[in-house]
Design a protein around this ligand. Structure first.
Ligand code: PBG
Length: 323
């Protein structure tokens, strides 16, 4: 005879299941990534990311209106330059597409929070996230460029500054630059535990940001290391991060859960391009139910402990959550 505890008693009806449910996914938790490119009238679907587009500034406005209608709290903006160069100088240009897009969104008074990705990889000819000398990605000289990018985003009106480069000391460099220029109220969402992941593949197609030599393992985290990820998170907190991020999400749920135990700061998780592409591709083949697997994966990221989920599914999930 087995014990008298019967776990199934609480699973019998949907109402019982509702009463004992531990985790909720709401549209309030979602942030939607948006890719902005130079030009006018550009709306180009990314082949490995069905339903996700490269958009020129005029089209971004349409997209953000839709995001507002879905009541998604915000977007995370990624840009591309007209011309790449070795120093990624268009990344901090007043006329860059991100800066233009932020100003355009803000001038329309759309009630959508605008977070901006601060990095060099889409802007440099070599495709690395920092300045390069003799095939080495330089840490300290990169910090100055990152602070310029962050500041240019803040001047354009960005609500949340989000460095994704993984250079050491960038959170504190950006924090003090923002403070010195009157942006002490601008929060930083740091990509704190960003792993050197192969799940970024479709994003790099979208952004043309594949490294031209080597890979990102000299600055992004080794996928084998959970304890080191916690040190990165701890460091970013001590440097002044307001929100810490773990990326990718699904292969690193353990890191999200451990971070949740370690800190009381809000935790963001980035369900990256490869995670999206996997589910989309399987659904297109009718090997998986797209709606159910999408919601299950988002739910599990919440269960692990993320407050904020950055996901290409944001609009589709919002649609489902509103019915
Ligand atoms: C830029 C950056 C990357 C992603 C977000 N910011 C790519 C990378 O580090 O190569 C990945 C996002 C995704 O895959 O959806 N450093």
């Amino acid at each position: 005879m087995f014990s008298e505890i019967r776990m199934r008693r609480l699973r019998h009806s949907e109402n019982l299941r509702r009463l004992v449910r531990e985790t909720y996914l709401s549209v309030d938790h979602l942030l939607y990534p948006v890719f902005v490119v130079p030009g006018k009238g550009v709306r180009e679907e990314i082949p490995s990311m069905p339903g996700i587009y490269r958009l020129s500034v005029d089209q971004v406005i349409r997209e953000v209106q839709e995001v507002a209608e879905f009541k998604i709290p915000g977007i995370l903006l990624f840009g591309q330059p007209q011309m790449k160069d070795a120093k990624g100088s268009e990344a901090y240009s007043d006329q860059g597409v991100v800066q233009q897009a932020v100003r355009a969104i803000k001038s329309q008074l759309l009630h959508v929070l605008v977070a901006t990705d601060v990095c060099l990889c889409a802007y440099t000819t070599h495709g690395h996230c920092g300045l390069v000398d003799k095939n080495q990605v330089l840490n300290d000289p990169t910090l100055e460029v990152l602070t310029k990018i962050a500041l240019s985003h803040a001047y354009a009106g960005a609500d949340l500054i989000s460095p994704s480069d993984m250079m050491d000391g960038r959170v504190s460099a950006i924090r003090s630059t923002l403070d010195e220029h009157g942006f002490s109220e601008s929060p930083i969402m740091a990509y704190s535990a960003k792993f050197a992941s192969s799940f970024y593949g479709p994003f790099r197609d979208a952004q043309g940001s594949l490294p031209q030599f080597g890979d990102r393992r000299s600055y992004q985290l080794d996928p084998a290391n959970g304890r080191e990820a916690l040190r990165e998170i701890d460091l970013d907190i001590s440097e002044g991060a307001d929100i810490v991020m773990i990326k990718p999400a699904l292969p690193y749920l353990d890191v999200i859960a451990r971070a949740k135990d370690m800190t009381d700061l809000p935790i963001a998780a980035y369900q990256v391009s490869g995670e999206y592409a996997m589910l989309k591709a399987a659904a297109q083949k009718q090997w998986l139910d797209e709606e159910k697997t999408m919601m299950e994966s988002l739910q599990s990221i919440r269960r692990a402990g993320a407050n904020i989920i950055i996901t290409y599914f944001a609009k589709e999930a919002a649609k489902i959550l509103s019915r």
